[in-house]
Structure formats: structure tokens, C-alpha cells
Design a protein around this ligand. Sequence first.
Ligand code: ZN
Length: 162
Amino acid sequence: MWDRAALASGAPELCAASALGTSLWSHIGDATTAELYRLILDRVRAGRLVNVPFDGSGPGVLRQMRLHLRPLPGGQVECRSTVVREHWQGTVRSSAPEPVPPLMRLTVCSWCGRMRVETEWRDVEVAVTALQVFTAAGPSVISHGACPACATRLIDDVHRRD
Ligand SMILES: [Zn+2]
């Protein structure tokens, strides 16, 4: 459990004071993570309180964290992180290379931003928690699709135009 968490890279810098506003994305290099945060921020700006688990481990320390996001007036988002569990390992071991974790494939609806969890389409903050996206050891990649509700609506729209 902890060994897996240690492999992941979290985004604790997201919660720096400077993270408020548009400078937020400059901290995030990974395109998938950036897109997920963007989807989540859209949800927060729409008025939702969101909190998602993420891995905040660093050299010699394993850290389970939670990111709390809250809408503020003017389209801003308050971003706070809390440490759920922390375990200091002392010296950093650089033993045999870890096995490469599998790539996690995520499917996001291009129209409503919901994400597929097995056969269900869930709100993005629910899905990233259920799929443990930010605490998984491996990288993830997003593909886009249409959830059944949006697909139905799109087909109806096309027929109406005929
Ligand atoms: Zn959809």
C-alpha cells in the first residue's frame, strides 16, 4: 500500500497561496492531471464543495493527503490540503528499480465532463476518488467519448435538424 503510494507524484504545490487564480496550471506539467484538475475546478466554480485524495509523498516520506476545494466569489477557488496519514522512512532507499506500474485509462465525456467508472458515468470528483487516480502508482491517460445520456441527446439533436 505505502510502497505503491511512494511511486506516485502528488501536487501539494497546487495549494500554495499562489495557486489561487490563473497561475494554478503553471505548477502542473502532466497533461492528464491538468485536464482532471480543470474538470474538477469547473465543478467547484459551479458551486460544489469538492475534496479528493492525492499522494503527497516526497523523498523519505509517504504521505496521504486530501485536497479541499471551495468556490469563492468572482470565479475563484479556495484550495486547501490536509495530511491524512504520514510515515517517515528515515533514509531514502534506492534499491532495485520498481516495476513499472500499468497505465490507467480514463474515459471522459466530452460534453458533460463525467468520467466512466466501470459501467457507470460519474461526476469527475466522484470518479477520481473511486478510481484512485491521484493516489495510483501509475500514470493515467484520458480518452474522450460520449456518455449514454449525452449520446442520446446528440442523436436527438441530429434527427431534429433533419
Ligand atoms: Zn455526458
